[in-house]
Design a protein around this ligand. Sequence first.
Ligand code: BV8
Length: 228
Amino acid sequence: MTDIRNLVILTGAGISAESGVATFRGPGGLWEGHRVERICTPQALADDPALVHRFYDARRAALATVEPNIAHHALARLDAAWPGDLLVVTQNVDNLHERAGSGRLLHMHGELRSALCAICEHRTPHDGDLPPGAACPACGAHALRPDIVFFGEMPYQMDRIEAALATADLFVSIGTSGAVYPAAGFVQRATHYGAATLELNLEHSAGSGLFDETRLGPASTLVPEWIN
Ligand code: BV8
């Protein structure tokens, strides 16, 4: 990576798979028989808040049973040592990147360990179950919801992501199926801005043809190999 100065690294569920966090669209990609596209919507939250809250309560509780893996730790070491710009943009809502030590990190689809007020949009760190109708500590409204970007909602910090892509020399995508936009379109944005693009994934993804290079294998092997 000699003439590379600015890095943008996109991660998806695949980077957490070897930590034991279920992915969404592989075998076993259901939760209580529900697909994420069906649960992760404002309509589902309105129709059945208990189901949606239970979905995220279960995943939040599971964080205590998993640890960052080799790939998370490799990215954290890169972050600490990298002299140029570096931004990890994760689609994941787990906290494994930060527990591994990544600092330059952005959760574009939200975080399990945060609650969002549907009225005043105040964010509150939250552990444990989040019952529907919990009171917002800022405005008092009984309107706390999981701090998750649902389908049809705008992902977080898109301006910051676009600015990072605009100055990236290398865009690396790790462990994502390329099934969900706008994240799946970042490789095209990076290419438009003149960055080189690399995909590290267990299998070919929907976007594999868009990358300069695709390497297939588990993240715990590919990420350290790429960095070293
Ligand atoms: C929006 C919440 C607009 C958190 C999620 C075009 C442009 C823009 C939007 C759209 C568009 N076309 C369609 C849309 C709408 C929609 C969309 O993309 N739909 C899809 C289904 C077609 N997008 C949206 O609605 C987005 N919002 O566009 O808003 C807007 C504009 C103005 C104003 C308002 C709004 C919002 C999308 C976010 C939805 N939230 N989740 C959560 O519950 O977790 S999406 C969900 O999918 C997760 O966040 C997840 O991160 C994401 C992507 O999945 P992956 O991470 O890729 O996981 P997956 O299981 O699919 O794949 C895992 C991969 O890892 C596999 O390839 C596998 O091979 C690999 N793997 C497995 N093991 C390993 C491995 N790799 C390496 N090592 C291993 N060991």
